[in-house]
Design a protein around this ligand. Structure first.
Ligand code: IPE
Ligand code: IPE
Ligand code: MG
Length: 247
């Protein structure tokens, strides 16, 4: 799904932008360590990068931005880090609400909600409801999300449909699986950016990134700049996407 865009920074016409950009926002902890700060300060410092990415996404015309905020494996971290992160998520939702509404951003969360603190869950539901008619940018936040857990859920659901006699095994198609994923109705990410230097996927959108273009940087998330985002977008423009075919 390629679109043309105007390059606002250099005032020249650029070829294509990703319609769906996904980001693994990694490196907050190491950024904090490097700056002799507690890990929590790294997560907090990462919020301004989130703001920058949202602003730039709107500016260039990205339609869907999916951010990995907390994985199903992140519960393995010290209790104190987890509770400060949960507090930060809630604080951001409250603080940014007006701006999200003003900028016509729609927020959706993907992941298991039951395990999250009740006050956070309520804040999430509330902002989803309040922004549901916005359509300038869809901001998808993966919070307590895991790709394997998402697929497990789909397998269980479709098995149940078979047991109940609603479908035959032969009716399980890629389309049906897509329909039952948390990203149901959305196109797959065109570009996936991971900051923080690790060259792995860490259980993010396993099914959806089959043909996504990958872009990695060593820069820690709090230091990820507008310039680097534009570098990722420019590199993406040069990629030849073949989807297994011949161009
Ligand atoms: C990413 O930064 C944020 C979350 C996983 C919540 P990290 O906290 O993983 O930072 P590093 O990788 O330890 O530097
Ligand atoms: C991935 O980062 C999860 C998020 C950014 C939310 P991690 O820091 O949890 O990944 P690993 O442990 O390095 O694979
Ligand atoms: Mg990490």
């Amino acid at each position: 799904m390629l679109k043309h865009r105007k390059d606002n920074i250099n005032n020249k016409i650029s070829k294509v932008i990703p319609n769906h950009l996904a980001i693994i926002m990694d490196g907050n902890g190491r950024w904090a360590e490097e700056n002799n700060l507690p890990r929590y300060a790294g997560h907090k410092a990462g919020v301004k990068t989130v703001r920058m990415v949202i602003t730039e996404s709107i500016r260039v015309g990205i339609g869907i931005l999916t951010l990995y905020a907390f994985s199903t494996e992140n519960w393995k971290r010290p209790k104190q880090e987890i509770s400060s992160l949960m507090g930060l998520f809630e604080e951001i939702i409250e603080k940014e609400k007006e701006e999200l509404l003003e900028n016509k951003i729609r927020i959706r969360f993907m992941g298991h909600r039951e395990e999250l603190p009740l006050s956070l869950r309520l804040a999430m539901e509330n902002i989803e409801e309040e922004t549901k008619l916005n359509n300038l940018l869809l901001l998808n936040i993966a919070l307590n999300y895991g790709g394997r857990s998402e697929l497990c859920h789909v397998f269980r659901l479709l098995s149940e449909e078979i047991v109940q006699g609603h479908i035959e095994p032969s009716q399980i198609t890629q389309e049906l699986i897509n329909k039952n994923l948390l990203t149901s109705g959305l196109p797959d990410p065109d570009l996936l950016i991971r900051t923080g230097g690790e060259l792995r996927i860490s259980n993010f959108l396993l099914w959806q990134i089959a043909y996504t273009e990958l872009w990695f940087t060593k820069t820690f998330w709090p230091d990820f700049s507008k310039k680097q985002l534009w570098k990722a977008l420019t590199d993406y423009e040069k990629r030849v996407r073949k989807f297994g075919g011949k161009v």
